[in-house]
Write a protein that binds this ligand. Sequence first.
Ligand SMILES: *Cc1c(COP(=O)(O)O)cnc(C)c1O
Length: 304
Amino acid sequence: MIGHKNHRLLKQGDGYGQVESFVFRGRQFYVKRDDKLDPWLSGNKYWKLYSLMQLPAQCYTRLISYGGTQSNAMLALAALCAKKSWEFHYTSKTVARHLKQHLTGNLKDALNFGMKLHEVAPQDYESNVQKLRNLQNPKHLLIAQGGADPIAQAGVNQLADEIKQWQQQNKLRQLNIVLPSGTGTTAYYLAKALPDLTIYTTAVVGDKAYLLCQIDQLGSRVKNLNILVPDKKYHFAKPYSELMVMYKELLHAGIEFDLIYGALMWQTLLQHADKLSGTVLYVHSGGLKGNITMFDRYKNKGFR
Ligand SMILES: *Cc1c(COP(=O)(O)O)cnc(C)c1O
């Protein structure tokens, strides 16, 4: 069932995502290359699932989650479960038949890792997700959609430690941290762990109000978390020619980012760049494996 071979997976102990200098549009930035931590558990998913990664395999027999079928969190959980020999059960809305016949991207990789996909009709999705919450077996663990889960905090604290270390090594008194948000879990726990730094993010799933609701479910608000708003409304994971232009320009400048979160974060960051004085450290949130399906979407829309 599990189709993966010798992928370099969950390498532990070398978790230092190196910080690189990155000059973009004439301005000096720094990028923490967490996309390089692990090809399958990349970027913030590495940190959000860090505490699970440290657990002995015997703790659980099964992980359960739910959400979109091209989700980066889904792929990371599938990789983690393959590594731990845990079953991975994932509930999603029905996958279109043409997609099932031409499996690509994160869904294809997650299924190769042995993920068991439970498709339910869209109208039954919410009730099915509710049912997942009634776990009976203590060896089963439910992870909220996108890994928006308190288990993420311990790992994000590790990320915060690495950032503090870099700040000290470079004797920076002031530092701005930038990273995109889906559920806001990474940005929120990072802001909590780094009260002396300013964290800038943008809402990629939904708008600012939606992101604040998500964050409110994690804990009380923090003052050092700033949500930058893009100059127009962007729908999640939809192709926009300017985001493809941004992706290509970033790539040309030396770093590949993901087309959903990274491209929009940079787009928004540059619109607000004059507000950020001092050193800017962008924390790469990974997700490059998902670019394959985004390229297809752009192609189908006639964008290149
Ligand atoms: C999951 C993901 C995010 C969002 O992380 P949250 O902690 O849910 O805000 C951002 N960027 C990429 C590339 C991701 O895969």
